[in-house]
Design a protein around this ligand. Structure first.
Ligand SMILES: Cc1cc2nc3c(=O)[nH]c(=O)nc-3n(C[C@H](O)[C@H](O)[C@H](O)COP(=O)(O)OP(=O)(O)OC[C@H]3O[C@@H](n4cnc5c(N)ncnc54)[C@H](O)[C@@H]3O)c2cc1C
Length: 460
């Protein structure tokens, strides 16, 4: 790369272009997952869509590999690339809420917390994930599951429109009436088709919620998971509730006598009056042993959304794998518990997030996201602050995933894939939508400029 070309590129950008010799290079290139250490040639910190167009054109014309970075939370570090150009969107924040139409315009550098913060003022929320530091861009393009999913669908089911910079440098709008094929593919197909510079979402009335975790000793995990499985299909969709196998964090304010215990938890959010939520949860809790603690209570929705943030700061070691799950048989429950008894660290976890209700009311072919018949999106994550435990948490995750995989529905959520997102896995995930995704990819990015993602390869 000629120094002159880089200089001209930087001069055409409003935002800074960071190079290896710059003092802030290491800070800017670092990713959420401390296990991933990538050294890009250049990081273009875009401030607007024109910067993105400049960066895409520069990468294409100079044969540079391109990574697109929103919140930087990708497990396998797909927001960066060795020796290539990172299109860093994290400075492109900004949320505008229209309370009349209940729509929200969101910049691609926003975290989920940025969106919740802005919408809460109006008593609204966009259905998204459960940790506030997650980037809204990557989460949305992969699908987006969270507490509001049962009632209001995946994040993509609430995506009305996106502005996209294509590989040839054109900027287009994709919605139900313009570039519909692209709009279809963006809803689950990940970052394969271009750089999204603006999202328009539908929001829903959400303000105070009755929410929080309930923990039991792992001795009770079998009955908790069985009763949860039976309770879920009949529970009102206002209740988002997931089940997890984990450890009681060995820190305050968790009760000293329970800290470090292996546990099964149900973590829930009822979007409605607290008394209703309490009565509903009593139907489930009444059939279960006394928990170690029940921390459900009334709180503002953004408080729930950031409840787990302190446990998951940037820089931890992460290795994760997921699957879609349709039925949770007794045998499957036993297999999950056996693996959970071998958790390699206190932060490691196995979670099953429900994707029923509104998700099932969207057709399999209506968006790229095909798993409309699954009941849960499951993730297994080995997590630890110590880089020396990277090997151990990776081995445990792979082993646990292999042990429970036979009980899965086939395919997995692309946002919970690590290095397992090969062609066969993506075909299993997208099912009959796969060929259509290849066609859209071939039309909008025929040379696969955007390949640092769970990659859909264009036809040659
Ligand atoms: C602590 C934690 C909690 C999570 N919780 C949830 C959850 O509750 N629900 C859920 O659904 N997922 C969850 N996830 C997974 C999350 O959805 C993915 O990690 C997602 O990739 C994060 O998006 P990002 O923008 O932060 O990532 P990045 O690393 O910045 O990007 C990830 C991918 O998205 C693409 N991309 C990003 N921005 C754009 C853009 N503007 N245009 C085109 N492509 C783009 C990139 O090419 C890259 O492949 C969680 C992850 C973590 C680490």
């Amino acid at each position: 790369m000629q120094a002159m070309a880089t200089e001209t590129f930087a001069a055409n950008m409003r935002g800074p272009v960071i190079q290896r010799m710059d003092a802030d290079y290491d800070a800017v290139r670092s990713l959420y997952n401390g296990m991933i250490d990538k050294t890009p040639l250049l990081i273009a910190r875009c401030t607007d869509a024109a910067d993105v167009v400049t960066a895409v054109n520069f990468a294409r014309d100079n044969d540079l590999a391109v990574a697109i970075r929103g919140g930087g939370h990708s497990g396998p570090g797909l927001g960066s690339v060795d020796d290539g150009l990172v299109i860093d969107l994290s400075m492109m924040k900004g949320v505008r809420v229209d309370p009349v139409t209940r729509t929200v315009r969101v910049g691609p550098g926003c975290t989920q917390g940025d969106v919740d913060h802005a919408t809460h003022l109006y008593g609204l929320a966009v259905p998204a994930g459960i940790v506030s530091s997650t980037g809204i861009a990557g989460l949305t393009l992969g699908g987006g599951t969270g507490y509001l999913t049962r009632k209001y669908g995946l994040t993509i089911d609430n995506l009305l429109e996106a502005d996209v910079v294509l590989a040839d440098g054109r900027i287009v709008t994709a919605n139900a009436s313009e570039n519909f094929d692209l709009y279809w593919a963006l809803r689950g197909g990940g970052g394969n088709f271009g750089v999204v510079t603006s999202f328009l979402f539908r929001a829903h009335p959400v303000s105070m919620v009755y929410a929080g975790p309930v923990f039991w000793d792992i001795e009770h995990a079998r009955i908790v998971m069985q009763k949860y499985r039976e309770f879920l299909p009949g529970a009102p969709e206002e209740l988002g509730t997931f089940v997890g196998l984990k450890t009681v964090p060995p820190v305050d304010p968790f009760p000293g006598e329970h800290q470090g215990k292996q546990a099964c938890a149900i973590i829930s959010c009822y979007n409605g009056p607290a008394e209703e939520g309490q009565a509903l949860m009593a139907r489930l809790l009444g059939a279960l042993p006394v928990p170690l603690f029940n921390w459900m209570g009334e709180m503002p929705f953004p408080a729930l959304q950031s409840m787990f943030d302190p446990f998951f700061p940037k820089g931890l070691q992460w290795y994760w794998r997921g699957d879609f799950v349709k039925e949770l048989s007794d045998q499957a429950i036993e297999a999950y518990i056996a693996q959970a008894r071998r958790l390699p660290s206190t932060l490691s976890l196995m979670h099953l997030y429900p994707i029923d209700g509104a998700v099932h009311r969207v057709g399999k072919g209506d968006t790229a996201w095909n798993a409309r018949e699954a009941t849960w999106s499951m993730v297994i994550a080995g997590i630890d602050p110590n880089p020396q435990k990277a090997g151990e948490i990776t081995r445990w995750t792979k082993g646990a995933w292999e042990a429970v995989h036979p009980y899965s529905a086939g395919g997995g959520y692309v946002n919970f894939m690590m290095d397992d997102g090969d062609d066969a896995r993506l075909k299993a995930t997208y099912g009959e939508n796969y060929d259509r995704l290849v066609a859209v990819k071939s039309k909008y990015d025929p040379r696969n400029l955007f390949h640092v993602n769970q990659n859909i390869r264009p036809l040659h």
